[in-house]
Design a protein around this ligand. Structure first.
Ligand SMILES: Nc1ncnc2c1ncn2[C@@H]1O[C@H](COP(=O)(O)OP(=O)(O)OP(=O)(O)O)[C@@H](O)[C@H]1O
Ligand SMILES: [Mg+2]
Length: 260
């Protein structure tokens, strides 16, 4: 076990996220139960699990889109369990959605610029011209970070599926995020687009931690420091990418029908 993993299990060091006994019920349905996890600042975590395992529900609990029915959540040491979603965003928490939430009628650069300005406006409302400059500079740098510099003026509606997923990552990067939840950003991507996604994620500034929900084991293992596996609303296995890859149960689930 590596030092960083040992430190995390003992709960030492700065944690971006701490979940204790988080649960979410929908009527009689237990979508999530007994979720306790610690994610260190800057850590990249992959969450794997079958359809309906509770992965998106976990994200909704962390963002506050659906409040947990039990348990506590801390973000950089602060208890955010009862905060509404916008207060969590203000503290640097971001997410992308499994189903695209883009404004199709805007250009790529305008989408990113508006996201940057939206996050910064409240704090700097008296300095509007300066804010516009800062937001535009930030938008340009995000455009490069997600490999969309060649499509700055392209209408969102005419982007390929893969480019739209890259734009979703761009919007999550607006306004100095500290932690991002990516809900299946590789879904529907071609092998080339997947490689591009892996490169984009691995090149993000090191202080930005994330959780990525991912069905493709290859992608998950290449973009994460640590892996959590979910089934029926529970965590059932955790380990480093190497441990997970070597795990017989994981091999049976993910690699059973694969060639080579
Ligand atoms: N708003 C809701 N109302 C009722 N049940 C819900 C709601 N959201 C999720 N569920 C249920 O909770 C369980 C977990 O769903 P969730 O969307 O978290 O799974 P998931 O792991 O993200 O699956 P997938 O891989 O298909 O995205 C499922 O049984 C689902 O039907
Ligand atoms: Mg989901």
């Amino acid at each position: 076990m590596s030092e960083s993993v040992a430190a995390r299990l003992q709960g030492t060091g700065a944690n971006a996220l701490e979940l204790d006994g988080v649960a979410r019920h929908f009527g009689a349905l237990v979508a999530l139960t007994g979720i306790s996890m610690r994610i260190a600042a800057g850590e990249r975590r992959a969450v794997l699990g079958s359809n309906g395992a509770g992965k998106t529900t976990l994200f909704n609990a962390i963002t506050g889109d659906f409040m947990p029915t039990a348990g506590r959540i801390k973000f950089f040491g602060e208890d955010i369990t009862d905060l509404p979603p916008h207060e969590r965003i203000r503290r640097g928490l971001r997410r992308t959605y499994q189903i695209s939430q883009l404004f199709k009628g805007l250009s790529v650069l305008d989408s990113i610029f508006l996201a940057c300005r939206g996050v910064s406006r409240r704090r700097f409302s008296l300095l509007r011209p300066a804010v516009t400059d800062v937001s535009m500079a930030q938008a340009e740098s995000i455009l490069n970070a997600v490999h969309l510099e060649g499509d700055r003026d392209t209408l969102v509606a005419t982007l390929s599926h893969g480019q739209q997923r890259q734009l979703e990552i761009a919007l999550a990067l607006a306004g100095a995020p500290r932690f991002i939840l990516f809900d299946e950003p590789a879904a529907g991507l071609s092998p080339t687009e997947r490689r591009d996604l892996v490169a984009i994620l691995n090149a993000l500034p090191k202080h930005i931690g994330y959780i990525i929900i991912e069905h493709d084991l290859d992608v998950a293992l290449r973009v994460s420091d640590y892996v959590s596996m979910m089934h029926n609303g529970r965590l059932f296995k955790e380990g480093t990418p190497r441990e997970i890859e070597a795990d017989p149960q994981v091999q049976e689930i993910y690699l059973g029908g694969r060639h080579g």
